[in-house]
Design a protein around this ligand. Structure first.
Ligand SMILES: [Zn+2]
Length: 465
């Protein structure tokens, strides 16, 4: 990333001489964070009484940095707090938070997030390539790295959706040439992959040719031939694990298990057992959000919350932090820039006042303090939404109450309805048939799930008005 407007990211080759000079004490640092406990994700250890010296947005030196402090050096006393790399979300749909990328950044940066790999799947379905570009552009000029994965399944169910856009291998090949595209978005068409579809394999080929990863979405229970085939195609990560076995099977095949904790699904409790109960190497384990509603971000947080959940389930805090830093960076081929506190890397760091509670005290991006005590301390300009992205919901006419009524067959007092049961906090759904009462010739909506208590007659509060 280089074009960041107010947050210009200077590539290492432009500043390498300066960094060497700072490390050797012949040039003062811009910033020194001293007296910290360094969470070293390279080795998986905490190093006490450490300092980090920063120059031109990069880390220049890690150790006793007193020799790098000059008259103009800003010195931040870490007061014995833990300094960790900034958090990276390896899979997030910003649209689920119902805000622009900039508003999203404003919300999550104070929680320690310094980079996201977003999948703008929802906007792509409506606005096509221009929608993806719009999201990537919106992510520039914020104190957070914003990469996008190119949505792979647009539309998600061909022939069923009429949202407008259609992507195939050609569009994927074009997007791979854009700045800010980090890989292919979750390849939900796993049946296509397994059945040798030219469309699915063409998208994979276009991505692999560009040297970028193909991220996955494999929700079949077959962890043997099906999963092997899916991984063999080149798909290298998946966020659909819901059990310990699911996650373990993926990691054993060299696939990144992106363990998910979003607003609607809480998979970490089960999936994290793959590492807490087996003592395996965690280099293929990632923690991701996938979807977060605004209230979740405001009340619980972002990756800080997800890491906290993993720790609550018994995961070692250092390993948990690795799953949102170095592991994520390595997966996307960005570990030479971000994901660890090492000389040469960009200075994206979080100061934690409590490691096991993941209490984010300060957030440093590109060597600049950008958030403190839960608040941004630098401005983020509001997004301007172009006209083509507005008024994109087109209906044949206004929707009335009558349109939403489900009319029952004449004289019926109840009907058998095919319904979709959702399991709270899980991604799976089930097809069910249930009896529903008829009221005044129509089938009214139930406010509470009748599936779990289908034999119970509806009571007060069960009906929508
Ligand atoms: Zn997703």
């Amino acid at each position: 990333m280089s074009d960041k407007g107010n947050y210009v990211r200077l590539p290492l080759h432009q500043v390498s001489k300066e960094l060497v000079a700072v490390a050797q004490g012949t040039l003062p640092a811009d910033l020194v964070v001293k007296n910290i406990r360094l969470l070293n994700v390279n080795t998986g250890e905490i190093q006490d009484k450490m300092d980090v010296a920063v120059k031109s947005g990069h880390i220049a030196y890690v150790g006793d940095a007193s020799h790098t402090v000059g008259e103009k050096t800003t010195v931040v006393d870490g007061e014995g707090m833990v300094l960790a790399p900034g958090f990276l979300d390896g899979h997030i749909h910003v649209e689920s938070s119902m805000v622009t990328v900039r508003e999203y950044a404003r919300t999550v940066v104070p929680h320690g997030t310094t980079g996201i790999f977003m999948d703008p799947h929802e906007i792509a379905n409506v606005l096509g390539m221009e929608g993806v570009k719009l999201m990537v552009e919106d992510g520039k000029d914020v104190p957070m790295n914003v990469w996008a994965t190119m949505p792979s399944c647009v539309p998600a169910v061909p022939g069923f959706e009429d949202s407008g856009a259609e992507f195939g291998p050609e569009e994927v090949a074009e997007a791979m040439t854009w700045d800010g595209i980090a890989g292919l978005g979750e390849l939900m068409n796993f049946p296509g992959v397994l059945m040798g579809s030219d469309h699915a394999h063409g998208e994979i080929a276009a991505t692999l040719r560009s040297g970028k990863p193909v991220t996955g979405h494999y929700s079949m229970p077959d962890l043997d031939r099906g999963l092997n085939g899916y991984v063999a195609s080149g798909v290298s990560s998946c966020h659909e694990s819901v059990s310990k076995e699911d996650a373990l099977a993926r990691m054993r095949l060299g696939m990144y298990a992106r363990m998910r904790e979003g607003s609607a699904w809480h998979d970490v409790k089960e999936t994290i057992r793959s590492v807490t109960e087996s003592r395996i190497d965690t280099r293929f384990a990632l923690l991701v959000c996938d979807d977060a509603h605004p209230d979740t971000l405001l009340s619980l947080g972002h990756l800080d919350h997800i890491v906290r959940r993993a720790i609550e389930e018994g995961l070692d805090p250092i390993r948990a932090i690795q799953m949102v830093t170095i592991n994520t960076a390595q997966y996307f081929g960005k570990a030479d820039e971000i994901g660890s506190i090492s000389p040469g890397k960009f200075a994206d760091m979080v100061l934690l006042s409590d490691l096991s509670r993941v209490s984010v005290h300060k957030v440093i991006y590109n060597g600049v303090l950008v958030a403190e005590k839960g608040e941004m301390v630098v401005p983020i300009e509001r997004s301007t939404v172009p006209d083509f992205a507005k008024k994109s919901v087109r209906l044949a006419g206004p929707v009335t109450k009558e349109d939403l009524k489900v009319v029952a067959p004449e004289g019926a007092t109840s009907v058998t309805a095919r319904v979709m049961e959702i399991i709270e906090a899980h991604v799976g759904t089930y097809s069910r048939e249930i009896e529903l009462s008829v009221v005044d010739g129509t089938v009214p909506a139930w406010l509470r799930s009748p599936c779990s208590s289908a034999t119970r007659p509806p009571g007060p509060g069960d009906w929508a008005s």
